[in-house]
Write a protein of this length. Structure first.
Length: 298
């Protein structure tokens, strides 16, 4: 039979997680439930009455020719492109920077860690304004630099106006802004790999690539999976970069932009909530598939 002390211990442990649980309920679970309820209503901002319509908002999204159908699938296509283009770089470049940082002397490591991480503290709006100016067609730093080098001197590259250049610009801006976070996670994971394994590998004659492939990557595999999934979720939620930087029209009109247009331009909160719920389910399914595939034992 449980003793009084064990019950007190369990109660104390529960109290420690209570603030997180309260925040999760208030800012995640309840908004999701409320959003789902709204998605089942005809919720026009200018109409005081919000009748229940069941799954009609979801049916409208999958009905060809409707505004919701166009916005959802144009947005999903653009969002998927961004995910495919950005996530591999977010993972690989973050890992590469972490490996380079770990190879530096201790005195320089803290300095460069701060330098790489500083952009992550910049707001999305400031980041977008900086890179929009950098990639500006006529007076942007990138095109001016290329002109100085004799490249595209009389034919500026339309970085923010046309594909594939607009995707290059968006991915570069995203890497600069967020790569420091992934790098820090990888650095902490690399610090947890036992140095004895590397010493034994060096004695056996293993080169740097062999040590990376046989020791480093298997040891930090759970962290790689974590970074892959979180980077994918973050890329699905992209908004500031295409909204504030791009002038390429539907090519970069991501799903969150379509949801915003449905909610506040068309004033159809119910349809926008249905689109958001479907987006969340898509992210959940993709994350589960990634976890299952990457966690599979060889």
């Amino acid at each position: 039979m449980p003793t009084t002390s064990s019950w007190k211990s369990k109660l104390t442990s529960s109290l420690f997680i209570l603030p997180y649980f309260a925040a999760f309920m208030a800012f995640t679970l309840i908004p999701i439930i409320y959003g789902f309820v709204i998605s089942l209503k005809q919720y026009n901002l200018l109409d005081p009455v919000h009748p229940f319509v069941g799954l009609d908002n979801y049916k409208s999204i999958f009905t060809e020719g409707t505004q919701e159908n166009d916005l959802f699938f144009i947005g999903m296509k653009a969002t998927l492109k961004f995910v495919i283009f950005s996530v591999p770089f977010l993972v690989l470049v973050g890992l590469g920077f972490a490996l380079l940082l770990n190879a530096l002397p201790d005195k320089l490591r803290s300095f460069f860690r701060s330098i790489y991480f500083i952009p992550y503290a910049v707001s999305a709006t400031v980041m977008a304004v900086i890179w929009k100016r950098m990639f500006d067609v006529t007076g942007g730093f990138i095109n001016l630099l290329l002109a100085k080098m004799g490249i595209h001197e009389f034919d500026p590259i339309p970085w923010l106006l046309d594909k594939p250049f607009v995707w290059i610009a968006l991915v570069v801006a995203t890497l600069w802004w967020t790569i420091g976070f992934n790098m820090i996670i990888f650095v902490n994971a690399l610090n947890g790999v036992p140095e004895d394994l590397y010493e034994a590998a060096r004695i056996d004659g293993a080169n740097g690539w062999d040590r990376l492939r046989s020791i480093t990557l298997p040891s930090i595999r759970p962290v790689v999976i974590f970074v892959l999934i979180t980077s994918t979720i973050a890329s699905y939620n992209v908004f500031a970069q295409p909204n504030l930087m791009s002038n390429a029209g539907d090519e970069t009109k991501v799903l969150l932009m379509g949801i915003l247009q449905t909610a506040y331009t068309a004033r159809e909160i119910g349809s926008a909530s249905a689109m958001a719920i479907l987006m969340g389910l898509t992210i959940m399914i993709v994350s589960i598939i990634q976890f299952k595939v990457t966690s599979r034992k060889e």
